[in-house]
Design a protein around this ligand. Structure first.
Ligand SMILES: Cc1cc2nc3c(=O)[nH]c(=O)nc-3n(C[C@H](O)[C@H](O)[C@H](O)COP(=O)(O)OP(=O)(O)OC[C@H]3O[C@@H](n4cnc5c(N)ncnc54)[C@H](O)[C@@H]3O)c2cc1C
Length: 487
């Protein structure tokens, strides 16, 4: 008997992971990707001798990548290598304070005591609380479909309910941080974790204080060959399992008949299938691919997450004071988020993230040089004049980095390119260029996300727009949740 056919729409990281899982289940799997390359946001660019990971740079929970190799009976190390980073981030403040956020708890507490002159035991307790939120909620909240009754009839959910008083459900991240930490700079560092899923810490529920534990407790990692090696190694694995990738193949329609999937339409061709897994952002999926299906209004009306303005700069100098991840904070964080989510523009003093993969992958930049990925959080696209905004942000970023690092940055940039919300949308079909689907600026946001399944039999959804967390690990989890539901 012929294998059942699974068709995957899109080869983002969740699409690739779904393809692997469906192949392991015994399906004949084909992936249809609009671009000429796989990976979606997790892609790469080369520029005059510099290599840049184009999108994600922060890598947590590597076991979700490894799990895919083990599931397929392969040794992950043969395909994909990574290392734990001793320092999660270098933090720079306008008043000259410089703080290394060590992965090791004792070193971090010592650093905070030395640099901020406070009793670090409050930070210690705050990190313990983050671990408690993780332990109480991750199984019930992150690893199962929130939209299946069966998910809620488990010991994990009971455990989660028993811990409700500690989950910060009825306060914001910022208020929980203010209460738990004893220095404004620590509050700012912990508020920043809201940006890990494109949200506003002054609005997002305090349960998002689960995120610091992912970084501090479980750790920050980096692939030995850069972030793009996650895409490359998983595509290699999928191909070895017999998955076929079709590039330059935009899916025009997901076809259903009598509430059951019958296939997809690609480049004027009808391709029959038993299961369709949609890795396209859920909003364009309903707008363009499922034209005859009633769209779930509430889900689709949710506020998009933030987007990003990124400058890829080849820098002809090395900076020993910088690390793999560096943050240069604004002096007014609340105003930065107000401008982003309410005015839908960018503060003149934005927080700047500088990621330098050549600190770990030496070959990513020529000798004596560094590849700077410089990112500012910006609103999703609602028709702003992005060319004008880009020039303004570029100037403000350069002035800020000049001020704090005491350099003349413009003279060191030898090559450059950029990514903005319009390009993100064009290259990945992500609604309004949002990085993580919808924001979590509402206590109920996680529950309003689209489920991983549909009323149409055989249709499933995966990726950043259908998981409450967003980010690579949670996209990988969305693939697990969806494919576990496939009979
Ligand atoms: C600048 C930036 C920085 C980020 N930083 C981090 C970070 O540090 N850490 C982290 O964990 N996450 C980060 N993220 C988020 C992370 O990249 C995403 O959560 C994740 O990569 C999304 O994967 P996905 O599977 O949802 O799909 P996507 O990457 O969005 O890919 C979807 C794919 O589907 C294809 N597609 C869409 N529609 C169709 C169609 N009709 N037919 C065929 N193909 C279609 C698209 O072309 C695309 O290739 C960042 C994202 C960006 C853009």
């Amino acid at each position: 008997m012929e294998n059942k056919k699974a068709l995957i729409v899109g080869s983002g990281i969740a699409g690739i992971a779904s393809a692997i899982r469906m192949a392991v289940k015994g399906y004949a799997v084909s992936v249809y990707e609009a671009n000429a390359y796989p990976g979606g946001k997790l892609t790469v660019m080369e520029l005059d001798g510099y290599r840049f990971d184009a999108g994600p740079s922060l890598f947590t929970m590597p076991h979700f990548v490894e799990e895919l190799f083990r599931l397929s009976g392969k040794d992950p190390e043969t395909y994909f290598q990574y290392a734990k980073m001793p320092v999660a981030c270098h933090y720079f403040f306008e008043d000259g304070t410089f703080l290394r956020y060590f992965s090791d708890r004792k070193s971090l507490l010592n650093e905070v005591k030395a640099k901020l002159n406070v009793d670090p035991s409050k930070l210690d307790q705050h990190l313990n609380r983050s671990e408690l939120i993780f332990k109480a909620s991750h199984k019930a909240f992150l690893e199962r479909s929130l939209h299946k009754i069966s998910s809620h009839l488990t010991i994990d959910t009971l455990n989660c309910i028993a811990h409700i008083p500690w989950l910060n459900l009825f306060t914001t991240m910022h208020k929980a941080n203010l209460k738990g930490l004893n220095h404004p700079k620590l509050v700012q560092i912990f508020d920043r974790y809201a940006t890990y899923n494109g949200s506003n810490p002054y609005k997002a529920p305090g349960i998002l204080n689960i995120i610091p534990h992912l970084e501090s407790g479980i750790g920050t990692y980096f692939p030995r060959k850069g972030m793009h090696s996650i895409t490359k190694s998983l595509v290699q694995l999928a191909e070895e399992l017999g998955v076929t990738f079709h590039y330059n193949s935009r899916v025009d329609e997901i076809i259903e008949h009598e509430k059951k999937i019958s296939g997809i339409a690609v480049n004027g061709q009808l391709i029959p299938g038993d299961v369709v897994i949609c890795n396209s952002d859920v909003k364009p999926a309903y707008r363009y691919l499922l034209k005859h299906t009633k769209a779930p209004k509430r889900t689709l009306e949710q506020e998009p997450s933030s987007s990003a303005m990124i400058f890829y700069w080849g820098i002809r100098k090395e900076f020993p004071q910088l690390d793999l991840h560096n943050i240069f904070f604004t002096e007014d964080y609340e105003e930065e988020f107000r401008m982003m989510f309410e005015e839908r523009t960018v503060s003149d003093d934005p927080t700047v993230y500088v990621h330098i993969s050549s600190k770990v992958v030496r070959s990513d930049a020529p000798d004596g040089c560094e590849n700077w990925f410089v990112m500012v959080n910006v609103p999703s696209n609602s028709g702003q004049d992005w060319d004008a905004l880009r020039l303004k942000i570029r100037q403000n970023v350069i002035q800020k980095l000049n001020r704090i690092l005491k350099i003349d940055l413009e003279s060191l940039i030898e090559t450059e390119d950029f990514l903005d919300p319009v390009r993100i949308e064009k290259r990945t079909s992500s609604y309004a260029g949002a990085l993580y689907g919808s924001s979590s600026n509402d206590r109920m946001a996680a529950f309003f996300r689209h489920p991983n399944f549909s009323k149409t039999k055989g249709l499933y959804f995966v990726g950043g727009s259908v998981h409450p967390g967003g980010g690579i690990p949670l996209c990988l989890l969305s693939a697990k949740i969806a494919t576990d539901l496939v009979p």
